[in-house]
Design a protein around this ligand. Structure first.
Ligand SMILES: Nc1ncnc2c1ncn2[C@@H]1O[C@H](COP(=O)(O)OP(=O)(O)OP(=O)(O)O)[C@@H](O)[C@H]1O
Ligand SMILES: [Mg+2]
Length: 157
């Protein structure tokens, strides 16, 4: 059974709460790929997740810097953005595969480089036209690692 789920978040706090619940389940070696249109809230999701892991750092977009590293009390976070990359080869050239086993890897526009993370959790954020703040989050786990995580996140509460 493929692990998948859909979460309706009425406002930014609800999205942040999903990020915090996910943060509690993550461990080194995990890759979370964030997809969704410009402004859908990918960077915001990473900021909420890093905050939930105890990071005091300000999380900014790595669109131009390509990779940020945050050392949190709950472990290292790699924050990447594939938007400006030509593809998975250029992504691999950043050295992610050497660093990823020791860290949680979060990739904006990560659906473009999924080939570099055969086991991953894909989260697609969709902006709802009727609301400035509401988002739909569609979760899809690739690999058995994510079955329980997706089931927990998709469960109410
Ligand atoms: N659910 C939300 N409700 C209201 N504002 C939000 C929400 N999520 C994000 N924002 C705000 O929208 C702006 C864009 O969000 P963010 O930078 O996270 O988008 P992004 O998906 O990372 O965009 P990009 O594709 O450019 O990287 C930010 O100012 C952010 O604070
Ligand atoms: Mg962003």
């Amino acid at each position: 059974m493929a692990a998948s789920g859909r979460l309706a978040c009425g406002d930014m706090a609800a999205v942040d709460a999903v990020a915090a619940r996910l943060a509690a389940r993550l461990r080194p070696g995990d890759a979370v790929l964030l997809a969704g249109a410009i402004g859908s809230g990918k960077t915001r999701f990473v900021a909420a997740l890093a905050g939930a892991m105890g990071s005091g750092d300000r999380v900014t977009s790595p669109t131009y810097t390509l990779m940020h590293v945050y050392e949190t009390p709950a472990g290292r976070l790699l924050h990447l953005d594939a938007y400006r990359l030509s593809g998975v080869d250029e992504y691999r050239d950043l050295g992610v595969e050497d660093l990823a086993p020791e860290a949680v890897t979060l990739v904006e526009w990560g659906d473009r480089v999924a080939a570099a993370h055969p086991e991953h959790l894909l989260i697609r954020l969709t902006h709802i036209p009727e609301s400035e703040t509401a988002r739909t989050l569609v979760l899809a786990g690739a690999g058995p690692r994510w079955d329980g995580v997706v089931a927990d996140l998709a469960a109410p509460g």
